[in-house]
Ligand binder design. Structure first.
Ligand code: PRX
Length: 586
C-alpha cells in the first residue's frame, strides 16, 4: 500500500461489497434493497424476524450470533439460541399484557440479557427504549415518564436507581435475577423463565411504519427528546451494514457503543444481525488492555468505535498495543465526533488499516455520510453521501451555497432511516424541516468538488463530549437545583482527548464561598443525578452571567467566546452591566 498523508489515502485492495460507488449511486433505489428482505415476498414485517428468525429458517441456526466477553468470562449464543431466548422472553412479556406499541424500557449493562430484552420487546411489536447504563435517577425518570413506559427490564444494581412510584403507567418491573434478589413488586425473570414455556410463534407482524425503538437525545434547549424509529429503517440499516460496515459471512464484528446510544443499537444490534454477522458484546469499562484483549480473543475483523476511544488508545502508547495480536482486524470505522487526521495516521501505522469516518445522528436512523472501504479517504472529511442520500449545504434562507462554502448541513428527507416522530412533540419534529423537503441537522459543514463533506462545528449550543450528546439546558437546570447555585450557563470547551468537555459558569447564592470543596460537591451532585458524562469537568464561579437585556436569557455564546479568548461578536443584546468576566476563582 502506498500512503499519501495530507490529501488522500487510497483504499487497500480487498473484497468489498460496494466496489463502484459512482455507478451504484447513479442507479441506486431503496426499492431495489427491499428485495433482500423476506417481507418483500411474504408481506410479513418485523425487524427482529429479519435479524434473527429468518437466519434460523434459512439454515444458519448454528452460526454464532452473539459473543459476550467480560474479563475472563465468555458467553456464546448462536442464532438458534437467540431465536429461542427472544421467543421465551417475548412470551413472558405477552403473558404480562405487553401489546403492540407499548413502551418497554431496558436498563441493563451491556450484556446478552440487554440485547435479548431489546429484541424480545420488538419481536412482539412493542417499542424498545434502551437506556445507557451510566444514567442516574433523573435521566432515567425523564425518559421513562415522557413516553409512559409500561414495562421496565433491569437488574438488581441498576434497578436501585429507579423509584417505581414515580411512574404512573409502569405496570411491571422485570429483574434479571432470582426472586431473593428482587424487591417487593418486582418480577424475577429467572423464575419466569422456569415457569413459562416459550411460544415458538410469538412474533407479532407489524407495519413498516410502526415504531420499534426510541432513543432520547439532547439539543440545546429543553429536556431530552424521544426519537422514535420505524421498522422501515431496517432497509437503510441493513444496506449500510453491508456496504459501509462491509459485513461478509465470516466477519466478527464489534461495535463498542452501549445499546442505550443509537450507535449501540442500530450498529451494535440491528445492522450487523440483519447481515448475519457474529456480534461481539463487550462487558466492563474502557481499558486499553481489555479492548485489545477482546480483539485478540474474539478475532474481531470489523471494529466500530469513536475518536475519543482511538485517542485514548493512542495515549496508552505502543507498548500495550504491541503485546496483543490484532492482525484479525481488517476494517475500522468511527462515529460521533470529528475524527482527527492523527487518529487515521495511527490506524494506518499501528493497525495497518484506515479508520473510516461515518456521519449520522440519532434522528437520521442510519449512516448518511460515509467513507466506503473502496473509496479514497480525505483525512478531515467525514466522507461522501451514501447512495440514495442527497446532501445539501444551505444558507439561512434555505438556498444551497456554492462548493467550498460553509453552511447548514442538510439532507433530503426522502430516505427510509429517518425518524418517524419526536415522541409527544410534533412541534419539535417539524422544527427539523424548516425548508421544503430538507432535514436540518444542526451541524455546519462544507462540501468539496469531489463531494467530500467537512464538518465545521454545530450551529447551536449542543455539547459533544467523547461523542456523547449533552444538552446544556439539562445540566444548567440540574446545577441550579443545588442550594449553592443561583444561576448557571454551560458550554462545551474544546479538549484534546474528549473533543469537548462540559464547562459550567455559575453564580453562587449569597453566603456561599467558592471553595474547591464546594465546586466538587456541585459537580458530584450533577453526576449523581444525571450521568458521569453530563457532569461539568470544569466549574468557574462568576459574579454575574452575561444575559440578554430584554429576555434575561443567559448568552452561552458570550461564555464560549470568553473561554476561547475570542471576540464575542454582536453583543448589542447583552445587558450592559455584566459584560465583564469577573472570575472569583480559577
Ligand atoms: O454534531 C454531529 C456529531 O454528533 C451529532 C449527532 O449525535 P448523536 O445523535 O448522539 O449521534 C451520534 C452518532 C450517530 C451530529 O449532529 N457527529 C456525529 N458523527 C460525526 C459527528 N461530528 C463529526 N464527525 C462525525 N463523523
Amino acid at each position: 500500500m502506498t500512503l499519501t498523508y495530507g490529501n488522500v489515502i487510497p483504499p487497500l485492495d480487498g473484497n468489498y461489497h460496494l466496489k463502484d460507488y459512482l455507478k451504484v449511486r447513479e442507479g441506486f433505489s431503496w426499492e431495489q434493497v427491499e428485495k433482500d428482505f423476506s417481507w418483500y415476498e411474504s408481506g410479513k414485517v418485523n425487524i427482529v424476524y429479519e435479524c434473527v428468525d429468518r437466519h434460523v429458517a434459512e439454515g444458519y441456526g448454528e452460526k454464532l450470533a452473539l459473543h459476550y466477553l467480560h474479563g475472563s468470562k465468555e458467553v456464546r449464543c448462536t442464532y438458534q439460541e437467540l431465536k429461542d431466548r427472544t421467543d421465551h422472553l417475548a412470551t413472558i412479556l405477552k403473558k404480562y399484557g405487553v401489546q403492540k406499541g407499548d413502551r418497554v424500557f431496558i436498563f441493563l449493562p451491556k450484556n446478552l440479557d440487554c440485547y435479548i430484552s431489546i429484541l424480545a420487546a420488538i419481536k412482539i411489536g412493542a417499542i424498545a427504549g434502551p437506556l445507557f447504563e451510566g444514567f442516574m435517577e433523573e435521566s432515567v425518570r425523564d425518559r421513562m415518564l415522557d413516553c409512559g413506559a409500561k414495562v421496565l427490564i433491569t437488574d438488581p444494581v441498576l434497578g436501585k436507581r429507579i423509584t417505581k412510584s414515580d411512574f404512573p403507567d409502569l405496570q411491571t418491573v422485570f429483574v434479571v435475577a432470582e426472586a431473593e434478589d428482587c424487591t417487593e413488586g418486582e418480577v424475577s425473570l429467572y423464575e419466569e423463565y422456569r415457569k413459562t414455556r416459550a411460544d415458538q410463534d410469538v412474533i407479532e407482524w407489524v407495519d413498516l411504519e410502526d415504531g420499534f425503538v426510541i432513543h432520547y437525545t439532547s439539543g440545546s434547549t429543553g429536556k431530552p427528546k424521544g426519537v422514535l424509529h420505524r421498522h422501515r429503517a431496517m432497509i437503510h440499516q441493513y444496506i449500510t451494514g453491508k456496504w459501509v460496515l462491509d459485513i461478509h459471512e465470516e466477519d466478527i464484528y464489534w461495535c463498542t457503543s452501549h445499546p442505550g446510544w443509537v450507535t449501540g443499537s442500530v450498529y451494535g444490534i440491528f445492522a450487523p444481525l440483519l447481515n448475519r454477522a457474529t456480534v461481539v458484546v463487550n462487558g466492563g469499562r474502557f481499558r486499553a488492555e481489555f479492548w485489545y484483549d477482546i480483539i485478540q480473543r474474539a478475532k474481531v475483523t470489523i471494529w466500530y468505535s469513536a475518536p475519543t476511544a482511538f485517542r485514548m488508545l493512542m495515549a496508552e502508547g505502543d507498548e500495550e498495543l504491541k503485546s496483543f495480536d490484532l492482525s484479525s482486524v481488517r476494517h475500522v470505522l468511527s462515529v460521533g465526533e470529528p475524527l482527527n487526521p492523527e487518529a487515521i495516521k495511527w490506524g494506518v501505522e499501528k493497525l495497518g488499516v484506515r479508520i473510516h469516518d461515518t456521519w449520522w445522528m440519532t434522528e437520521t436512523g442510519a449512516h448518511l455520510i460515509v467513507n466506503l472501504p473502496s473509496q479514497s479517504i480525505k483525512p478531515g472529511s467525514m466522507g461522501r453521501a451514501f447512495p440514495g442520500i442527497t446532501v445539501g449545504i444551505l444558507d439561512e434562507s434555505g438556498r444551497e451555497v456554492p462548493v467550498g462554502e460553509i453552511g447548514q448541513l442538510c439532507v433530503k428527507a426522502d430516505y427510509p432511516g429517518l425518524m418517524k416522530e419526536i415522541w409527544n412533540n410534533p412541534e419539535k419534529y417539524r422544527s427539523y424541516f424548516p425548508y421544503d423537503g430538507w432535514y436540518v441537522s444542526g451541524d455546519l459543514a462544507y462540501v468539496d468538488e469531489d463531494g467530500y463533506v467537512f464538518f465545521q462545528g454545530r450551529n447551536d449550543d449542543m455539547i459533544n463530549s467523547s461523542g456523547e450528546r449533552i444538552g446544556p439546558f439539562e445540566v444548567e437546570s440540574k446545577l441550579i437545583e443545588h442550594p449553592a447555585v443561583a444561576e448557571a450557563g454551560v458550554i462545551g470547551k474544546p479538549d484534546g482527548l474528549r473533543g469537548e468537555i462540559v464547562k459550567a459558569f455559575i453564580v453562587l447564592r449569597p453566603g456561599y464561598n467558592p471553595t474547591a470543596r464546594l465546586l466538587e460537591e456541585i459537580r458530584l451532585f450533577v453526576r449523581s443525578e444525571l450521568a458521569t458524562h453530563s457532569a461539568p469537568r470544569e466549574i468557574e464561579v462568576l459574579e454575574l452571567l452575561p444575559k440578554t437585556r430584554i429576555s434575561g436569557k443567559i448568552m452561552r455564546r458570550v461564555l464560549k467566546a470568553w473561554e476561547l479568548n475570542q471576540d464575542a461578536g454582536d453583543t448589542s443584546q447583552l445587558d450592559g452591566g455584566v459584560c465583564l468576566r469577573v472570575a472569583l476563582v480559577d
